[in-house]
Design a protein around this ligand. Structure first.
Ligand code: FES
Length: 148
């Protein structure tokens, strides 16, 4: 029988194997590093904004399958968003992976593939590494982000 979890698994595997928006963005206006001290994984986020809008965004570095898939899905979802929309999506994603609330998975599109990490606290850090980094960039914080 078709199981939605299989589909989500496929999305994560695909985005880990073929990460979208991977590589340095040469004309980035902001760059920030995110670090998970528990495992040593590190991602750098590159973002180009103009008039409070995300024109382009990419990432590089190394991380586990969940952190790479999350960064790939996030960068795909963030292109063209205003900073205000990006912050709203950050809140929605945070809720998706940490709260016990009923979820509107459809509203989250492909990002819903990461909803399952809410059952594994250690993986929440993996999935949120790039998101917290983006949040800091938007807030204007230049300090490298640590998940601790
Ligand atoms: Fe390092 Fe997931 S195990 S970020």
């Amino acid at each position: 029988m078709f199981d939605i979890k299989d589909l989500y698994q496929e999305v994560i595997v695909d985005h880990n194997k073929n990460p979208r928006n991977f590589g340095k963005l040469e004309d980035a206006t902001k760059t920030l590093e995110g670090f998970n001290p528990l495992c040593g994984d590190r991602l750098t986020l590159y973002i180009k904004t103009e008039n409070d809008q995300i024109q382009d965004i990419s990432f590089d570095g190394s991380g586990c399958a969940i952190s790479v898939a999350s960064a790939s899905l996030m960068t795909d979802a963030m292109k063209g968003k205003s900073l205000e929309e990006a912050e709203r999506l950050f809140d929605q994603f945070h809720n998706l992976i940490t709260s016990d609330d009923e979820l509107d998975l459809e509203q989250m599109g492909k990002l819903a593939a990461l909803a399952g990490v809410r059952e594994y606290p250690a993986r929440v850090k993996c999935a949120s590494l790039c998101w917290h980094t983006l949040h800091s960039v938007i807030e204007g914080d230049a300090t490298p982000v640590s998940t601790e």
